[in-house]
Design a protein around this ligand. Structure first.
Ligand code: GLN
Length: 212
């Protein structure tokens, strides 16, 4: 059973994408929910607000423990920020779980008006390019040696410089994206994140058949 952290942000879009892909999932709002899942989605939204709500729900320590034990996780946008080791442009007291050895810059692609979409090639994901929606998205500014970059985008930043930056990264059981695959109902990264343990085997095999 996959859990979707449902304290703030677009948990519903993740639940819908997971359901459409035939993956069993439920919202996670508290400890009892967390105990019932073996994989976790950290959705997009507002990372500072989410961090506060995670603490208010008494989920910070249990989630940190679950991630440290290797619970499979998928973080999208704000979820990437919450998984990252270092945060630039956050509030001085902004914390993160730090289980993904990358640094990110909040809103690094620019503000809301610079939201954009792109078709990405994602290494190891079949079924053609992935349409990616970037909304006030974090930029990955450093990638640790044990982190794989599985997709990147060439982007012209507001200062005119064009750079190619990672937008899907993976370290062990943790997968994270700068963008929102769930908004277009694409669950292929959920499958990538959870195929090795989070989801029930029959769910995964059903999904893989659909994409072969
Ligand atoms: N800008 C948001 C943050 O810093 C993330 C935006 C998103 O999740 N779409 O938390």
């Amino acid at each position: 059973m996959i859990g979707v952290l449902a304290l703030q942000g677009d948990a519903d879009a993740h639940l819908a994408a997971l359901a459409a892909a035939g993956l069993a999932a439920r919202p996670v709002k508290g400890l009892a929910d967390l105990a019932a899942v073996d994989g976790i989605v950290l959705p997009g939204g507002e990372s500072t607000t989410q961090a506060l709500l995670i603490e208010a729900a008494a989920l910070r320590e249990p989630l940190a423990a679950a991630l440290a034990e290797g619970m499979p996780a998928l973080g999208t946008c704000a979820g990437l920020i919450l998984l990252a080791r270092g945060i630039e442009g956050g509030r001085p007291d902004q914390w993160s779980f730090g289980v993904l050895d990358v640094d990110v810059r909040r809103n690094g692609f620019g503000r809301q008006v610079r939201s954009f979409e792109a078709d990405l090639t994602v290494v190891g994901v079949d079924g053609g390019p992935m349409r990616a929606v970037f909304i006030r998205a974090p930029v990955v500014t450093r990638v640790g040696s044990s982190v794989d970059v599985v997709a990147q985008v060439a982007y012209q930043f507001a200062d005119g410089s064009e750079r190619t930056v990672p937008v899907v990264v993976r370290q062990g059981n943790v997968v994270a994206t700068s963008f929102h695959p769930e908004l277009l109902g694409d669950a292929r990264l959920h499958v990538l994140a959870f195929a090795r343990g989070g989801a029930r085997r029959e769910d995964i095999s059903r999904h893989l058949v659909r994409h072969e």
